[in-house]
Write a protein that binds this ligand. Structure first.
Ligand code: SAH
Length: 190
């Protein structure tokens, strides 16, 4: 096995998703994560996918049409910081893939302040036994600060209610990618 970090992430996240679930792709980009989530939620589930770039939304739409999955997704051309306006349900898995969209304007990146605010708002939107996945990149300007801000925020989550992991390459030169996973633990009955 020599998984790309995104594939590795998908293998973990699929364990959390059941048929009929609601999931969110907060940064649709080229639609890879949206397609993955649509496959996993099945015919009765729903995926909300956000992106601020029209091109990303149309790439994602085409990708889902090719895979015959369009009916399972709501594509929203708006910022993920406005998610509360569009999503009223609790979500089982929420994926953020930060940075810029390869092949487009590299200045259109997510930002530390914006990403932190969106993640903060979403922590309460995650269903019990759900998982939040943050895919960070440190190669571009502002990327390292964004990763640090998000890692510090998640490190403060209450250990009885959350399990937080930070995964990165440890034995080779890092490609500047890491994944933060935050699992919302079930509430214990007394
Ligand atoms: N770096 C990744 C791709 C990231 S794509 C890779 O290498 O594969 C990140 C996406 O987030 C882009 O399509 C961008 O348009 C989108 N984005 C940036 N700010 C956003 C925001 N506030 N809300 C929703 N999407 C946003």
């Amino acid at each position: 096995m020599n998984f790309q970090i995104t594939e590795y992430c998908h293998h973990i996240l699929e364990e959390y998703i059941e048929e009929g679930d609601i999931c969110i792709d907060a940064t649709a980009g080229n639609g890879g994560d949206t397609e993955f989530l649509c496959q996993k939620v099945g015919e009765t589930g729903n995926v909300y996918a956000f992106d601020v770039q029209e091109m990303a939304i149309s790439h994602t739409r085409e990708r889902l049409e090719r895979a015959n999955l369009s009916t399972r997704a709501k594509l929203i051309h708006d910022g993920h910081e406005k998610m509360q306006t569009y999503v009223k349900e609790e979500a089982k898995v929420i994926i953020f893939n930060f940075g810029y969209l390869p092949g487009t304007d590299k200045r259109r990146t997510t930002t530390a302040a914006g990403s932190l605010a969106a993640v903060e708002a979403l922590l309460e939107r995650l269903a019990p036994q759900g998982c939040l996945s943050l895919h960070c990149y440190t190669g571009h300007e502002g990327g390292a600060a964004e990763e640090a801000a998000l890692a510090q925020r998640l490190a403060r989550l209450e250990p009885r209610r959350w399990r937080v992991l930070h995964c990165r390459d440890a034995n080779r030169e890092s490609r500047g990618e890491s994944i933060l996973l935050a699992e919302r633990l079930p509430v214990r009955q007394r």
